[in-house]
Write a protein that binds this ligand. Structure first.
Ligand SMILES: Nc1ncnc2c1ncn2[C@@H]1O[C@H](COP(=O)(O)OP(=O)(O)OP(=O)(O)O)[C@@H](O)[C@H]1O
Ligand SMILES: [Mg+2]
Length: 475
């Protein structure tokens, strides 16, 4: 841990800065409980010396990383606690960091932005909140000066009870501090339906034209439903993403939902059949019911080939048949719901029930291709963002060498190279070209030419069957 940053110590002196005087980047502390009077104020107490080491002033926001990251305001420890290497925090902060008393957490300084918007949702279905402007300004008053990170819980006292809220989204993203100018939005629903993935378009390498198409088909209709209505344009009901494994279909669906500011209801095909044995149809109905209530929303049916195997081919045809027809019913009745988008993904398009692909259902089919050299370079950039690379690592060169590698393979390659670096030297601070070369031995490309051909053939087949098909790319 404790590495050195470039921040000179902030005492303003002109003396040359020796490494000892520089501030540490992070420190590991042991979690202890908060004193009663400090509880639920978003405060933690740590040694003044530790604060100084980290370049933190009293009242600054610090990042606390346990199983999860969270943020809190740093206050000096009680005199009795000095030198014990502990951080006192209340149960809410412990929960936000995913730790218990006695666990270790990493502490570091963090830059915060002023929160423009904070979206909250009640974190427990046992409360039903109907929000009006009085209520939101009450909540805002409670939260002013509070540091928040998406996914955090906060307790708001309401009529003598502490009601848990979850921070569903903040604008800007990342650590923010609530000010009296912040707009608080309270979603009138339990938080479990309001999970929005944090993936953004910048996390996707390559696929620019695919992203553009998804923006047109999904993001714009969700964001500006009135516009589409006025112009009389019918957005598609369903978009099917297909392509070889590990090339970013799931990633793309998450990014689109996130960037559309929509709720994201994701379900994997195999889960529908296994998790709700005997109740699969009800599960589908339930998913779409939620999607309608909590619109705008994106329903994401991942690995849809396993929900909907071509009828008659598999043994348990009755279950899948009923599930398919329930799905069709839902898609057919989605008409008036411009603010519900349905995205499905598969790497086995040949197994997807053809009834699902008829016009008015999944009638936009988008190929998520294997990454070409340029895309591989971008994917390498995405996945080496936080990797300290030696100067001999040339990403252009690596992009050339990774022909046949999927995005997931490239991610694995980078991880492997970093692991090799650590294995060779636990204090390694750079990942070198040699580490990458060694990693190539263990991480092989997963995309064979044969496989790519299979996807191309599939699309030419459905093109014949459904000539008016909306297929991207338009060949
Ligand atoms: N284009 C990409 N840019 C950046 N990372 C990528 C890209 N494609 C894949 N990855 C990495 O690989 C992981 C797996 O990708 P993803 O789950 O989106 O693949 P998929 O196409 O859904 O595969 P499958 O068909 O197996 O479900 C991603 O979480 C991401 O880290
Ligand atoms: Mg996937």
């Amino acid at each position: 841990m404790s590495s050195i940053t470039d921040n000179p110590s902030s005492d303003g002196s002109e003396q040359p800065v020796t490494p000892q005087q520089r501030v540490k980047k992070e420190v590991v502390l042991r979690v202890a409980e908060a004193k009663q009077k400090d509880a639920t104020r978003g405060k933690v107490r740590i040694d003044l010396n530790v604060m100084k080491d980290l370049g933190i002033e009293v009242g600054d926001v610090i990042e606390i990383v346990g199983k999860k990251p969270t943020v809190a305001v740093g206050w000096p420890s009680y005199p009795d606690d000095e030198g014990k290497g502990i951080i006192r925090m209340d149960g809410v902060i412990r929960r936000n960091a995913g730790v218990s008393i006695g666990d270790k957490v990493i502490i570091r300084k963090v830059d915060t932005k002023e929160a423009l918007i904070v979206k909250l949702a009640v974190a427990s279905p046992s409360y039903s909140i109907s929000s009006d402007s009085n209520f939101t300004s009450y909540v805002l008053k409670r939260l002013v000066d509070y540091p928040l990170l998406e996914g955090d819980n906060v307790l708001i006292p309401i009529l003598g009870q502490s009601v848990p809220f979850v921070v569903v989204q903040t604008k800007p993203a990342g650590p923010v501090v609530v000010r009296d100018t912040t707009k608080v939005v309270i979603l009138e629903r339990p938080a479990e339906f309001a999970k929005v993935p944090r993936v953004t378009y910048e996390d996707i390498g390559g696929m620019r034209h695919v992203i553009e198409r998804m923006r047109e088909l999904v993001e714009l209709p969700l964001k500006y439903p009135e516009l589409f209505k006025r112009l009389g344009i019918e957005p598609p009901k369903g978009v099917l993403l297909y392509g070889p494994p590990g090339c970013g279909k799931t990633l793309l669906a998450k990014a689109v939902a996130n960037e559309s500011g929509a709720n994201f209801i994701a379900i994997k095909g195999p889960e529908i059949l296994s998790k709700w044995v005997g109740e699969s149809e009800r599960a589908i109905r339930e998913i779409f019911r939620k999607a309608r209530i909590y619109a705008p929303s994106v329903v994401f049916l991942d690995e849809i080939d396993s929900i909907a195997p071509t009828r008659g081919v598999f043994e348990d045809t009755h279950v899948t048949e009923r599930v398919v027809s329930q799905l069709l019913t839902e898609l057919d009745s989605i008409e008036k719901l411009r603010n519900v988008a349905v995205i499905a993904a598969t790497n086995r398009p040949d197994l997807v029930d053809s009834a699902l692909l008829r016009p008015g259902r999944f009638d936009r089919v988008i190929y998520v291709p294997p990454p070409d050299r340029k895309a591989r370079l971008e994917i390498l950039k995405v996945h080496t963002r936080n990797v300290p690379l030696a100067s001999d690592v040339n990403l252009e060169k690596l992009a050339e060498l990774t022909e046949g590698y999927s995005g997931a393979d490239i991610e694995a390659l980078v991880r492997e190279a970093a692991l090799i670096a650590l294995r060779q030297d636990i204090n390694a601070s750079l990942v070198t070209l040699n580490h990458f070369m060694d990693a190539f031995q263990n991480i092989q490309p997963s995309l064979a030419k044969q496989m790519i051909k299979f996807y191309e053939e599939w699309v030419s087949k459905i093109r014949q069957r459904l000539p008016k098909y909306h297929i991207t790319p338009n060949l």
